[in-house]
Design a protein around this ligand. Sequence first.
Ligand code: G3H
Ligand code: 13P
Ligand code: ZN
Length: 284
Amino acid sequence: MALVSMVELLDQAQKGHYAIGAFNCNNMEIVQAIVAAAEAENAPVIIQASQGAIKYAGIEYITTLTKLAAEKANVPIALHLDHGTSFAQVMQCARNGFSSVMIDGSKHLLEDNIALTNKVIEAVRPLGISVEAELGKIGGTEDDITVSEREALFTEPAEAEYFVQATQVDALAIAIGTAHGQYKGIPKLDFERLTKIRERVSTPLVLHGSSGVPEEALREAISRGICKINIDTNIREAFVLAARHVLEGDSKEIDPRKMLGPAREAATAIIREKIRIFGSTGKA
Ligand code: G3H
Ligand code: 13P
Ligand code: ZN
């Protein structure tokens, strides 16, 4: 199948009360793991590339690998730019065949975030490319801030309503207590805030920093309106642990395939587990 637009996947998910997994890729094995997991679960899936991934692998490799994987796959796949920060970068992804982009203007003032998001929507929507924006600041687990400082960065429901009215964006990433990377403790999500946002906004809502969020909390977030869930760190952990296990078992191993094969299998297994939690099994 050709790459599909993310908005179609999210609309179906919203109607069906499940979430689409958006999994970060950095290399061929991770692209293959995401597609293998999606096919094994018969689930639609979003493959996403961060700026770091594009810098590491090169945009042509990311798009070529993903397009090939999608063409060979029998499940719908969208290719999405994760946390795009500039108009130029979004346009580069559009030219290279991404079917979806995130423009992350969350570090800007509200009106500047709206203006940047609208500029992107105006440029790429006519090309059939969907757009995700971010409101509130999600940040990283390594950010050295207190709980109350983090809460001050959470998405305001009234602001979310205003933002969506002003942009008509296809998907909105919100800050409700998650963070990117490995959590030190158990993350506590502000579910009441999520419900208040959902009451004011019918746009598909996105949960970032979802690795390490307990299964029950993910299910609760979905039941309250999250329909795209981003996972990166859990894939990295599974991939690297499996590779490390091979090398620790045989320090003389010099065949990369002996290390990358098990790493790819471990990534596939964790992605399948997430897809089942998200309720998107069988929804392709
Ligand atoms: O949202 C953040 C992702 O985990 C990407 O991280 O820039 O290191 O690829 P990265
Ligand atoms: P984690 O790495 O915490 O899963 O976050 C992924 C993410 O939000 C990518 O945008
Ligand atoms: Zn993110």
